[in-house]
Design a protein around this ligand. Sequence first.
Ligand code: NZQ
Ligand code: ZN
Length: 389
Amino acid sequence: MLGNFTYHNPTRLHFGKDAMQQLPQELARYGKNVLLVYGGGSIKKSGLYEQVRAMLDAAGKTVAEDAGVMPNPTLDKLREGAQRARDCNADLILSVGGGSCCDYSKAVSAAAWCEGEPWERFFLRHEEPTEKTIPVGCVLTMVGTGSEMNGGSVITNTATKQKIGKVFGPAMFSHFSILNPEFTYTLPKNQMVAGFFDIMSHILEQYFSGTDDNTSDYLMEGLLRSLIHSGRIAVKNPQDYEARSNIMWTATWALNTLVAKGKTTDWMVHMIGQAIGGTTDATHGMTLAAVSIPYYRHVMPHGLAKFRRYAVNVWDVNPDGKTDEQIANEGLERMAAWMREIGLVMDSRELGVTEENLPGIVKNTIMLPGGYKQLTAADVEAVIRASMA
Ligand code: NZQ
Ligand code: ZN
């Protein structure tokens, strides 16, 4: 049965090859001072930086830059960005990059004028900002996180090795996001497929929870089928516009809050993946890929009916003459085969997990109650060990 909810997503999305033509109109909505946030230089190589700077100049903006946002943005970098946003009295934070830049921009928005320690307030205590915040806009270059249309902001505290996501309310969502699938063509293959798996994982985290008959589950099965199909095409031909645009749109819907409405959700793959990332700094989507199959095998007996449904409706497993367990297992085998086919990392040792750092990773895994089994530390350890196969 659908629970109670309020659905409100305030982000204006501009999608397609001509989406950048909407940027001048968007810039006109905000004041003169813009903090331009970007990563390690991919936008300079692709020429997007020049294009954005020219549009900012034409709009008469005074621009300060905050470059060098790293994948898995750190708390130290956040402090630096907050200072920079205050120094330039930013009226708009314009993020040009992947999910890391967009996540970071939301965190800078909240931290710039906040009283007290942002890590404590937003990431440990999950408070909403009460002081002035700065509007964020996003030009997306990497597909996966859904950060372009949600309140997520994941920051890594390198001192404590904690990687924690704060999910801000709609007031902190990007005000606008520009999604041109062609901007993602320059992604290296490993980042491209890591993004594909991030999308798959976001959907599965929301799918594998609850036993009721929920419209969201049907929506998610459709999103998954589109992703599996387009992912295969994109791996063979990364410049297939139809496939890349379908995937970009799927990523947004996978985590723009819609499919979670009225149902419970799991998120333990992300909790384990983030704990691995906090220790190893590995690519987010790859941390999820490495632990997913071991995790789902571990919890499958506790949610067998849903795993059976997943196998039949998403992976086209023929159920005739098979037990529910056989059907469910065949679904996971097909999922694993697709993961290998597109080139994901499925052994967490390749990401830097070792016998020595395993206890710390287990300790830093946040336990959430929404999955088919409430995990203990021993369960988490067993799942990670199975991913070191
Ligand atoms: O820094 P640059 O030089 O731009 O290079 C980036 C980076 O090295 C590169 N890249 C991005 N677009 C490119 C490109 N290279 C060539 N051409 C392009 N068009 O790709 C690398 C990865 O970028 P990043 O932004 O780190 O990737 P992603 O979008 O996967 O973001 C990962 C972060 O998002 C968090 C993750 O934990 C991680 O910190 N997440 C955010 C979520 C949210 N907001 O809801 C949910 C997710 O589950 C996730 O946790
Ligand atoms: Zn994710």
